[in-house]
Design a protein around this ligand. Structure first.
Ligand SMILES: [Zn+2]
Length: 93
């Protein structure tokens, strides 16, 4: 995955590769229901952070264009290029 955040907190990380370590789908001590789902990701230099689905750039398996999150399911993406809908299964551990 490529990290690409619309927010400022980790803007310096934009464009960097990251690996999804695990997903948070149920509330726990550190994650309220409102913020879920989130993902624990690790950058190549070892830093581990929590990321929102919108911060994980996905590319279309058909044409390679970037895709955006559609609706309530963060793994469901729509391609900006060819317009197909698909599921980012790579995110789900
Ligand atoms: Zn496409």
């Amino acid at each position: 995955m490529i990290f690409n955040s619309p927010w400022d907190d980790y803007r310096h990380r934009n464009g960097q590769p990251c690996k999804v370590l695990k997903g948070f789908y149920e509330p726990d001590e550190e994650h309220d229901q409102e913020v879920l789902p989130m993902y624990e990701i690790r950058f190549d230099d070892g830093e581990v952070i929590d990321a929102y689905p919108e911060e994980l750039q996905a590319y279309c398996p058909e044409c390679g264009e970037s895709c955006y999150v559609d609706g309530a399911d963060p793994d469901w993406r729509i391609c900006n290029g060819c317009g197909i809908s698909w599921t980012v299964e790579i995110i789900r551990p």
